[in-house]
Design a protein. Structure first.
Length: 193
């Protein structure tokens, strides 16, 4: 299962039908942040919208891989591909670059393609490097409500409850995107029409 938005619906399904949990072999969760947030100084966009649900889903028993903000790879360059679909994709990605607002101190120019990366991890886990860690979600802090607290060093004494994607193999990720997109570009290239 891949989740790219708040976990409310999945949490409700697991609460209403507990037998569903063991049937899920693995859940890829796009969300959370270590360090700087995207919604405010400490949280990503997704987690504060479903903070309690973010604590329910791990209790279902399926292994979880979390892809937090900070782990995502740079935008895939499609300029090497040709044809009208590739040209349109280049325009979209350039537009993303102009609207993406990353922290000026630690950010990157490139807008990460978070949703496709989550699907790619589900299809090919080798594109990412993960480490086990214990995750909690802050539910009472005025300034930090919804913050993903990632205990990489097990200082809490609690066992890891998720695998955390810490980085992507950029070359392998770009190759995978290109392999996935090549048939689309070939189908819509001028020579195929």
């Amino acid at each position: 299962m891949v989740t790219t938005s708040p976990l409310t619906n999945l949490a409700l399904a697991l609460r209403n039908r507990p037998a569903t949990g063991p049937k899920i072999s693995r859940t890829i969760v796009l969300g959370g942040a270590w360090g700087l947030g995207t919604k405010n100084a400490s949280t990503d966009w997704t987690t504060p919208r479903s903070s309690e649900a973010s604590l329910i889903v791990p209790g279902a028993g399926a292994p979880i891989a979390l892809i937090p903000r900070g782990a995502t790879a740079p935008v895939f360059e499609v300029t090497a591909l040709s044809g009208p679909v590739a040209e349109f994709a280049v325009k979209l990605l350039r537009s993303l670059r102009t609207t993406h607002q990353e922290c000026c101190l630690f950010g990157t120019i490139d807008m990460p393609l978070n949703d496709p990366l989550a699907l790619l991890v589900a299809a090919n886990p080798a594109v990412s490097q993960t480490v086990p860690a214990h995750i909690d979600i802050e539910l009472s802090g005025h300034l930090t409500y919804g913050q993903t607290v990632i205990d990489f060093d097990c200082k809490s004494g609690r066992p890891p409850n998720r695998d955390i994607v810490i980085e992507f193999d950029v070359d392998l990720t770009r190759q995978a995107f290109k392999r996935a997109l090549d048939p689309v570009f070939e189908t819509h290239s001028p020579s195929s029409q």
